[in-house]
Write a protein that binds this ligand. Structure first.
Ligand code: PMP
Length: 373
């Protein structure tokens, strides 16, 4: 149930299906007739040895970069598309539209294609170029626009909503407000529960739409109310204040802050300055702030010590796991999420030039976790 890398048991479950498998004799190949979307979810829970040894806690992480579309967002995209098809809001040949920093777009383009549909993705033009390139390669229609407040008609979410309104047989996926997102992550929570055998003391995650932390927290707290749920929030995001003080910002600050967020952090996909209906469902006990420097250092720490090549939000989640370990003390089991791999962050988060431009550079040496404040 727990593996330092993918165990045969976990691999088998990733491919478990009622369909007849290829070949005979319990082959673990994907079953005939089920297709790629059946490889989504049931990701391995890996033990991060170096973080565990240094903190005295068991630090475990869901390897979401192993999803076929390369990120945790495959789960959400699949749920959004399947629910829209099941409810008759979408039919084969139709268009799925979404506003996203990129990862959900990649997953939606993949899931839409798997069901014979098309995808239109609106995204901010400061998101890593790799994601726009992947979307184009996947055949999605992509519209990039300058980052503006959600109240502005040009905000990528509003662009995607309008596009769905303009076309017949089109549906706005709406990952921020659509509860299908949260429902997808109830399953993530269930997997974590089963993979840990219920031996879990805390879950920690950042939030973008809030779907992950909402779904996982609701599932785990229902099964064991004592499980502590921590939010790790990047610079510029209002969620830390919301959890700790009940308000995001003083009213006079609000508009300026909303506009500033994308420029305050280099971690893509987490941090937000409004309460989405998905985030509103989250059951959070406490919040931590994480800095960009901590995320960058953690990403390089994981590379050096584990060979783990993960993206910025995954690195920030691991920063959160270390803060949770310090909060709880040794002997606890803490679970987090490795949202995606580092490949789609090469032009920004893993670019020495980009880091230098942002006054950041990864430490050249040092195997400790001193960089996590
Ligand atoms: N990491 C990445 C790479 C993401 O794209 C997102 C979603 N924007 C998140 C983390 C945050 O997940 P959630 O939307 O479930 O809060």
């Amino acid at each position: 149930w727990l593996c330092e890398s993918a165990s045969p048991d976990t691999q088998q479950r990733r491919h478990a299906s009622p369909c007849r498998p290829l070949g005979t004799g319990g082959s673990s190949l994907p079953p005939l007739g089920q297709g790629l979307v059946h490889l989504i979810g049931n990701t391995p829970l890996i033990r991060i040895k170096s973080l565990s040894e240094q903190t005295g806690c068991e630090i475990l992480a869901k390897a979401e970069f192993l999803n076929p579309g390369g990120s945790v967002k495959d789960r959400v995209a699949l749920e959004l598309v399947q629910e829209a098809l099941a409810e008759g809001r979408l039919a084969p040949g139709g268009l799925v539209t979404e506003g996203t920093v990129g990862s959900t777009g990649v997953s939606l383009a993949m899931c839409a294609a798997a069901y014979g549909c098309r995808a239109f993705i609106a995204m901010p033009d400061d998101a890593a170029i790799e994601k726009a390139q992947m979307l184009q390669a996947l055949g999605a229609e992509v519209q990039r626009s300058r980052p503006v407040s959600i109240t502005h008609p040009d905000h990528f979410v509003n662009v995607a909503r309008r596009r769905a309104e303009e076309e017949a047989n089109a549906v706005f996926a709406d990952q921020f407000e659509n509860a299908a997102n949260y429902r997808a992550h109830l399953k993530t929570g269930r997997e974590i529960w089963e993979q840990t055998g219920g031996r879990i003391d805390a879950f920690v995650s950042g939030a973008g739409t809030g779907g992950t932390i909402a779904g996982v927290s609701c599932c785990l707290k229902q099964l064991r109310p004592e499980v502590q749920v921590y939010l790790i929030d990047p610079p510029g995001s209002g969620l830390y204040n919301k959890v700790t003080r009940g308000v995001m910002y003083a009213a006079e600050e609000a508009e300026g802050k909303r506009l500033r967020h994308p420029f305050d952090t280099i971690t893509e996909g987490i941090g937000i300055n409004r309460i989405t209906s998905n985030f509103a469902r989250a059951q959070i006990d406490e919040a931590f702030r994480g800095t960009d420097r901590e995320a960058v250092e953690m990403a390089h720490y994981l590379l050096r010590n584990e060979g783990l090549f993960v993206g910025s939000s995954a690195a920030m989640n691991c920063v959160g796991a270390v803060k949770a370990a310090r909060r709880l003390g040794p002997g606890h089991t803490i679970v987090t999420v490795l949202c995606d791999g580092g490949h789609r962050h090469l032009s920004k988060f893993f670019s020495p030039l980009y880091l230098e431009q942002h006054g950041l550079s990864p430490a050249a040496s040092g195997a400790g976790l001193e960089f996590v404040g």
